[in-house]
Design a protein around this ligand. Structure first.
Ligand code: KG4
Ligand code: ZN
Length: 335
């Protein structure tokens, strides 16, 4: 069965064809990073307009790359939630139009669930239940996953998402956008114990997250107590690397501790990690160490499938389709 997946929830326009839920025949990802870089974050109106301009050619390329014809596609999957409303609408409208023209089923996909499914694309048979951590630019959510399609939220961020914290700290340090990959790289040259930035665990046993205090702590550390740029003394490259490493370690301590805590509480068979921040090399290393310590297997996707892509959408759609879970043409985008 061939499913065409479409992903336009944030700032990547992506289309992919996946066979039988696991064989990626094509996965076209058009990143809008260059358009948003000068603003230090995603500008919704710019994202929306860019999706509109490129979605048809991205879908076309996915079909050509898979050496397929539109007429051979069995169903179309689209992310309809959560995301930027204007951005989601472009994907949802494209998918509905194609489904109507080709007279094939439409499958609605939750963006966060698709990030978790990126693991199923690469790691074959995963035993459930799992604890699944989605860490991206817009979300930090822990789920109890009972199957590829059934995910019960356990906790989430009450303010900034983990990726958003990376992006904002990168902006403070003048390192560019997106911040995650730059900080990841720079942190390797820094001392992660140099600065004791705060770790926010919230109430005892809470599986929620908060990163905005940490971001503010970095701001004050970098610029001085009144956060006045003009009074900041120039820092050496080594000092900036130390800030990056210490900040990153504070984020990762909380992510790892809460994920491991949830995995013990729910007595799971594994831990799945997905979303852009799952590409972080220190997070992957720390989770791997925990896995060796606890004996609970930890899975994360290869870097290309961590960030937004439509292969994870088309893959998950196959499982939903087998469960008889398709949508109709009244499907709405839900931000
Ligand atoms: O999943 P994604 O592509 O888009 C959303 O759904 O938000 O995630 C993008 C986020 C950005 O905030 C980016 O800075 C972060 O993922 N990111 C990373 C790394 N690579 C991407 N964060 C930390 N370390 C990385 N290596
Ligand atoms: Zn995402």
């Amino acid at each position: 069965m061939l499913i065409l997946g479409i992903e336009t929830s944030c700032d990547e326009t992506s289309a992919s064809i996946v066979k039988d839920g696991n064989e990626i025949l094509s996965n076209i990802i058009l990143s809008q990073d260059v358009l948003h870089r000068q603003f230090g974050g995603v500008v919704p109106e710019i994202a929306c307009r860019a999706h509109l301009e490129s979605v048809i050619s991205v879908i076309n390329n996915a079909v050509v790359d898979a050496k397929a014809q539109l007429a051979e596609i069995d169903a179309i999957a689209v992310v309809n939630t959560p995301g930027l409303i204007g951005a989601l609408l472009i994907g949802v409208t494209s998918a509905k139009t194609l489904c109507m023209a080709l007279d094939i089923p439409l499958i609605a996909i939750n963006h966060l669930h698709s990030h978790i499914y990126a693991n199923n694309l690469e790691h074959g048979d995963i035993q459930y239940p799992t604890v699944s951590l989605v860490v991206s630019g817009g979300h930090t959510t822990l789920f109890l996953s009972e199957s590829e399609t059934k995910h019960i939220p356990l906790g989430g961020t009450i303010d900034d998402a983990a990726g958003e914290a990376f992006d904002k700290v990168s902006k403070i340090l003048g390192l560019g956008y997106p911040g995650g990959p730059v900080i990841d790289k720079l942190a390797r040259q820094g001392n992660r114990s140099a600065i004791a930035f705060p770790r926010s665990y919230l109430e005892k046993d809470s599986l929620d997250f908060s990163f905005s205090g940490l971001k503010t702590a970095v701001l004050y550390y970098y610029r001085g107590q009144d956060a006045n740029v003009s009074q900041s003394k120039p820092l050496s490259n080594q000092e900036i690397a130390d800030i990056a490493a210490s900040f990153q370690e504070a984020v990762i301590d909380v992510l790892v501790d809460k994920t491991v805590q949830a995995s013990h509480r729910y007595n799971v068979q594994g831990i799945l990690v997905g979303g852009g921040v799952a590409a972080n090399s220190r997070l992957r290393q720390r989770l791997k160490e925990k896995s060796e310590e606890t004996g609970i297997p930890v899975y994360y996707p290869s870097a290309r499938l961590c960030t937004d892509n439509a292969a994870m959408v088309a893959g998950l759609a196959y499982k939903k389709y087998l469960e008889g879970n398709s949508a109709d043409l009244t499907l709405e985008a839900i931000p």
